[in-house]
Ligand binder design. Sequence first.
Ligand SMILES: Nc1nc2c(ncn2[C@@H]2O[C@H](COP(=O)(O)OP(=O)(O)O)[C@@H](O)[C@H]2O)c(=O)[nH]1
Ligand SMILES: [Mg+2]
Ligand SMILES: [Zn+2]
Length: 345
Amino acid sequence: MAKKKRLNQGQLRRMRVNAQKRLHSEISYEWNDEQLGKSEDGVVISRFGQHVDIQSEHGEIFRCNIRRTVDSLVTGDEVLWRRGQESHSGIKGVVEAVQSRRSELSRPDYYDGLKTIAANIDQVIIVSALKPDFSSDMIDRYLVAIENSHLKPVILLNKIDLLDDTLRPQISSILEQYQSLGYQTLYASSKTEHGLDALNEQLRGQTSIFVGQSGVGKSSLVNMLLPQVCAQTQEVSDNSGLGQHTTTAARLYPLADGGRLIDSPGIREFSLWHLECDEVTYGFRELRQLQGHCKFRDCKHQNDPGCAFVEAVKKGDVSQWRYQSYLRILQSMIEKRPARHIPPR
Ligand SMILES: Nc1nc2c(ncn2[C@@H]2O[C@H](COP(=O)(O)OP(=O)(O)O)[C@@H](O)[C@H]2O)c(=O)[nH]1
Ligand SMILES: [Mg+2]
Ligand SMILES: [Zn+2]
């Protein structure tokens, strides 16, 4: 077998510089006014660095570059764009303006600060599954983030084909408790297509985003709902049980009856350190209403006398596991909050 020739540092560096130059000349292509058609409405399907895929009102997709005056563009953004008379290195138009957002879902990035994942969303579907692992802590973290974004959360348990007679009652009991807190819950299996109709019903006419750990089956659910799109899915390695990172950018899929569905990249961990403690409390519906009822204003809600939270747990108004999950989130915020600003890599 021929041995691969290894490139030295200088060659590698020159390759990188040339690639950068190529990229730069593509993205910095400046359209003249006469090369462009009239302004059209469009929606951002996906963003790749300095490029963006726009869906026109007629459903066609155009890869565009972005005017410098547009400062932030994410999946779900409504834009004004113009198509070019001809394409340049695959770029077929330019985005000139972005409409103001009805809503956005963001997550904190350790290096970049708060990053918007998608815009103009109505509901966030938290997808969980027995595999890679079922974690109500993870669901709670998503709920805190979603409640603080003032979006509607829906909890979906996927891969129910994996539930056996021991696990089914345990997991159902947890989901029922979320239901009693007022959260909508759904059961599905992208393998057996169980729950397809209910999910279609839930998504009808709305803009929804799937969030959840990598490997829970978000892209498989997209394929169940829209068999023609063939979203890329990944086998979960049976050894580690860990899902791999497949989807790199959030991607929007138009639904047949007017709704939109966004598949988001696997988010390994949903940090909450951009939130204040009060906002974490706000993210727990049953604790939110108790806020301000503790005896001491600086109550830590643990051993402090006259704590309304502890009282509510004792009375059974707040479940022990949700309260413990709340304390774990507060604890993790103290441990993981970056101590100082770390400059971008
Ligand atoms: N048993 C079972 N496996 C599923 C189901 N849905 C997805 N999977 C598998 O889970 C793995 C990860 O799926 P994928 O859709 O890529 O997950 P994503 O990372 O959340 O998008 C793949 O191996 C799928 O075949 C399901 O309903 N049941
Ligand atoms: Mg995926
Ligand atoms: Zn308290």
